[in-house]
Structures are given as C-alpha cells and as structure tokens.
Design a protein around this ligand. Structure first.
Ligand SMILES: [Zn+2]
Length: 285
C-alpha cells in the first residue's frame, strides 16, 4: 500500500515538473493492472465472508481467524476502499497524460525550472520587499518610479504584475523587458542561469548577465528571503496554494543546490583564475 502511495507521489510530481514520457505511461498502466488484481482479490474475499456470515453466522479467514459479525469485515472494507482510491488516482494521472501531458513545450519546461522571485530580486534596488502568506512577494516596480512596492510576483503562478504601471508577464517576458533582449535570448539566458539542459562543457564560459543572476541566486540574502516565505507557507492549512507554493520553493532550493554543486566543480577546481566569456547568445541584441 505505502509503496504504491509513494509511486503515486513520484508520478504526480513528475507530471507537474517535467511531464511524462511514454515509458512512464506504460509503467503506470502496469501499476493499474496490478492494483486491479488486488482489488478483485479483496472483493472476492469480502463476498465469500459476507456469504458465510449471512448463511452460517460465521466465516473463517485464510489465516484461520473466525469472523462472527459484520464489524469484523470493516478493516477489509477499508483496505478495499483505499486500493480503489489509489487505482482511481493513477487512472486520472494517465488520463491527464493522454490529454495534454504527452508533450511539454520547451519554454514551459524552462519556466517551471526557474524562479521569478529570484530574477526580480536580483534587480531590486529598494530594501522594501513585502512578503505575504505563501509565495507572493511585492517589490518596488522596476519599470516605473515607485516608492511603495506595487509590483507583485507570484512565483508558483510564474507571473508578475505591477498595480502602478500595469506591466505584467512571466519570467521570459520579464527578462525581455528588463534586459531589453529578444525572447529566444531570454530563454537561453534562463537556461544558462539555472543550468537547465546544459552539457557540462557549456557552463564554463559565462556571459556577464548570467554571472549577475548567478551571483544573487547563490547569495545568503536570497536564501534567507526564500526561507521566510517557505516557513510561512508551511504554516498554512492544507490547500492547493500551499502545495504548489511549497513545491515551487523546493524547486528553487533544488536549483540553488544544482548551481552550487556545478560552481564548486567548475570554478574552484577546473577553471583557470581568469574567466573566459562566452560569445553573445544566439540572437542576442
Ligand atoms: Zn510599474
């Protein structure tokens, strides 16, 4: 039972972050068949015991235990219900697969592996940052003169919006606007900052822009900011927002770790002191 629950969690996380491939789909179908066997088995047992109780007033389990009342069937019924629920959950995951999760767009994949809070935090000039209960952060707007934080960033929705000047968008649009670059350049920049789909050899030469964002990603101040947000999210009652906010925080902490790990390998050990800059991004303007 627990083993299946764990599998379900793993697949649900995978659906959210990466999408499933055909291999996962086949594996989940196999699990559903296995669960079906289990539930059929349990149903047959239950039927047999019920028959015995009804006609003879008692039934005997395969382990030799005597059942004398309907109350004794309760644990078995509960087990059956749990397995049926599991089966249903797996089934709805595969249903999502067939409908839309077969293919996750590369831009979507990049966005899911980035942190909008981090990007905005890097360019933040004002000491005023407001944090609300989960992963909503308010910064002073970077696109108009703003004294009170009026630009809200919702990380799990991957959106920013300014209540002052009306500018809004996702991580790619933010970089486009702020750094004044094209959309393919912004995607490329994100991949470099968070080391998404990068070959090890690609990460040795860093554009100055990458270095700027990388530096703030690894700064203790940013980690502190995240930790406060995460702690607040944890105190929320169980709800959709809490789950996604926490998943998003987890993702950001993971990318920090990923970058940290590579930085140690490539900057401390393998690289000469003088850094070689990579040529401008393709389509960089
Ligand atoms: Zn604004």
């Amino acid at each position: 039972m627990e083993e299946y629950e764990q599998l379900l969690n793993e697949y649900a996380t995978k659906v959210f972050y990466e999408g499933l491939d055909i291999q996962d789909f086949k594996e989940m179908k196999r699990i559903i068949y296995r669960l079906d066997d289990i539930t059929q088995n349990l149903k047959a047992k239950l039927k047999k015991y019920q028959f015995g109780l009804k006609n003879y007033g008692l039934a005997c389990t395969e382990h030799g235990r005597l059942l004398t009342s309907r109350e004794d069937l309760k644990p078995l019924r509960q087990e059956l219900d749990d397995y049926l629920q599991l089966q249903l959950d797996f089934f709805s995951l595969t249903l999502g697969f067939e409908k839309n999760a077969l293919y996750i767009r590369p831009t979507e994949f990049v966005k899911r592996n980035t942190s909008l809070i981090h990007l905005v935090y890097t360019n933040n000039q004002s000491p005023r940052i407001y944090k609300s209960a989960y992963d909503r952060f308010s910064f002073c707007c970077q696109f108009h003169v703003d004294r009170h934080p009026s630009m809200e960033v919702v990380d799990h929705e991957q959106q920013f919006h300014c209540y002052g000047c009306g500018i809004s968008g996702d991580a790619i649009q933010y970089l486009q606007e702020y750094e004044n670059i094209s959309s393919p350049s912004a995607i490329h920049l994100l991949k470099e900052i968070y080391l998404i789909d990068m070959e090890d050899k690609d990460i040795r030469y860093q554009h100055p822009l990458v270095q700027k964002y990388r530096k703030s990603l690894l700064s203790p101040e940013f980690s502190a900011l995240l930790t406060v947000g995460k702690t607040r999210a944890e105190t929320l009652p169980d709800c959709y927002r809490k789950r996604y906010a926490l998943m998003k925080y987890q993702q950001t902490f993971r990318s920090i770790e990923r970058v940290q790990e590579k930085e140690t390998i490539y900057y401390k050990d393998n690289l000469p002191k003088q850094k070689v800059y990579r040529l401008p991004f393709p389509n960089f303007d």
